[in-house]
Write a protein of this length. Structure first.
Length: 234
């Protein structure tokens, strides 16, 4: 299993949960130190992990990531595209450099990583791709136009890819979390009381739920998971 953004928050929780479930986990993130700490934790619980420091704005880094996967395992069964970045502000004067960075990390890199994952999955007619989108993937929020575009894009990518690869027995699901206690959410919504936010482990449990249906006839295209006190679908 490959998890991007694996060094902290939701990505770290997903990586640990997959390792506990028996997966060999490839950890990708920019932070070498934090990745090493996640790897150490996984090994302490008897799991196996491979750290590949990766800057998702770099085509060469993404290429290197998949070279490492090929060299170490020559196999990829599960991909969790979790990494993301965000900058917030009114659209009227939003910096285009920030816009470009959000699109590179949140959308372009996800597209590239899905492409490269398919090179492992298609020949074996086997694989599961789980893309972490957001409540912002179907709702609009003020001062989050660029981030919202990127997460709406994830939804479009996932829907198209699911239909394209269905005949090849490759599953594609999307998780759209609302408020989770992460640094990104605290930055976006400093007004929220963190005690009402979901925990990263709860998103990790959602990933395991999707994987639990893998060998059944049940297919989940997308899950919107929100904090208990939020308002649904508004």
């Amino acid at each position: 299993a490959l998890v991007t953004g694996a060094s902290k928050g939701i990505g770290k929780a997903i990586s640990l949960s997959l390792a506990k479930a028996g997966a060999k986990v490839v950890l990708a993130s920019r932070s070498k130190k934090q990745l090493a700490e996640v790897k150490e934790t996984i090994e302490e619980i008897g799991g196996e992990a491979l750290c590949v420091p990766t800057d998702l704005t770099s085509d060469e880094d993404i290429k290197h990531l998949f070279t490492e996967i090929k060299n170490h395992y020559n196999q990829l069964d599960i991909l969790v595209n979790n990494a993301g970045t965000a900058t917030y502000g009114p659209m009227v004067d939003f910096p285009m450099d920030d816009f470009d960075l959000i699109m590179k990390v949140n959308l372009r890199a996800v597209y590239q990583i899905c492409q490269k994952a398919l090179s492992f999955m298609l020949p074996k007619q086997h694989g599961y791709i789980i893309n972490i989108s957001s409540v912002v993937g179907f709702k609009g929020y003020p001062n989050q136009s660029a981030y919202g575009i990127s997460k709406h894009g994830i939804m479009g990518l996932s829907k198209s890819l699911a239909m394209e690869t269905q005949k090849d027995h490759i599953r594609v699901s999307t998780i759209m979390p609302g408020g989770v206690e992460t640094d990104m959410v605290k930055k976006a919504r400093p007004d929220l009381d963190t005690s009402v936010l979901m925990k990263p482990d709860e998103i990790a449990e959602t990933v395991l739920y999707l994987l639990s249906l893998w060998n059944t006839n049940a297919m989940v295209d997308q899950i919107y998971i929100r904090r208990e006190l939020s308002t649904p679908f508004k």
